[in-house]
Design a protein around this ligand. Structure first.
Ligand code: HEC
Length: 124
């Protein structure tokens, strides 16, 4: 295969990945959230092992004053969006090194897209 074709395939792949969360399936995402629910509530002010995810897309990483985050999470101050959430959930320890979320991540891009689609409305 020539280089141009290879390049085009790589580009198309990257584009598909970056758009993946636009067409997630919220019903499937709700099932996937059961894994998160062991530690995260979606209710305002209800923190558990992890901070509540209520309103998460309107805040930055480590922003809730009533939850004791790791210094790493606070320092990152990552603004939460569909995109940053997608990157974080792929490999939480890689993206924010030293954070204390004991979760290995979701390798499958479709699963992440579905979960994020669910979170978009469920965290409001
Ligand atoms: C075993 C418990 C546990 C599980 C399971 C878990 N988390 Fe967490 N999560 C935490 C903890 C603890 C923190 C705080 C980490 C820190 O301060 O370093 C956290 C932090 C976060 C944050 C940052 C929130 C903020 O206020 O900045 C997000 C977003 C998040 N988790 C999403 C998820 C999602 C989505 C899932 C499911 C795919 C998940 N977590 C699964 C424990 C968990």
């Amino acid at each position: 295969m020539n280089k141009l074709i290879v390049g085009l395939i790589v580009l198309t792949g990257a584009f598909a990945t970056s758009c993946a969360y636009a067409d997630g399936d919220a019903a499937r995402g709700k099932k996937i959230f059961e894994e998160c629910a062991a530690c995260h509530s979606l209710e305002k002010g209800v923190n558990a092992v992890g901070p509540t995810l209520h309103g998460v897309f309107e805040r930055k990483a480590g922003e809730l004053t009533e939850f004791r985050y790791s210094p790493a999470m606070k320092r990152s101050a990552l603004p939460w969006s569909a995109r940053t959430m997608d990157i974080f959930l792929t490999d939480p320890q890689q993206e924010i090194k030293g954070n204390r979320m004991p979760y290995s991540g979701i390798a499958n891009a479709n699963d992440r897209a579905d979960l994020i689609e669910y979170l978009r409305t469920a965290t409001k």
